[in-house]
Design a protein around this ligand. Structure first.
Ligand code: ZN
Length: 136
């Protein structure tokens, strides 16, 4: 199974989503290590700026797949609580082991993402580019 890094997930994401990520702000973020496996995990809450998106806060999780505390370098698994992620991205990302079914019904997104193209929502695009820039 292929694995994807933060940089690869951003690269596979279309321009309009990446652009919309510029209008998302991080409300809070925390990074920790899992007790057993010592993997780095980031949990964050993000929200679109006024006038962009629903204004509802969404929660993202980015999890290192190796025992690395530094998440920005190696392969990751990602989740977001937004509808875009649930209805288009989660299933497709599981095909590359870049997510696990958590928020969706686990069925292929045959209409919204028929070719299972791996990409991320604006919240994850914002958080992934932030961890790369900050070398987290
Ligand atoms: Zn999202």
């Amino acid at each position: 199974m292929a694995h994807l890094t933060a940089a690869q997930l951003i690269k596979t994401t279309d321009g309009p989503r990446r652009k919309r990520a510029q209008f998302v702000r991080i409300i809070q973020a925390k990074k920790y290590r899992t007790k057993k496996t010592k993997q780095g995990v980031i949990r964050a809450s993000l929200q679109s700026l006024k006038g962009y998106g629903s204004g509802k806060p969404h929660g993202v999780e980015i999890r290192s797949m190796t025992g690395n505390y530094k998440i920005s370098k190696g392969p990751v698994r990602v989740w977001c609580t937004c509808e875009d992620f649930m209805y288009r991205e989660e299933y497709a990302l599981t095909k590359l082991d870049a997510s696990r079914i958590r928020w969706s019904n686990g069925k292929p997104a045959t209409i919204t993402n028929p070719y299972n193209t791996p990409y991320v929502c604006k919240h994850l695009a914002k958080m992934l580019s932030t961890i790369i820039n900050k070398r987290m």
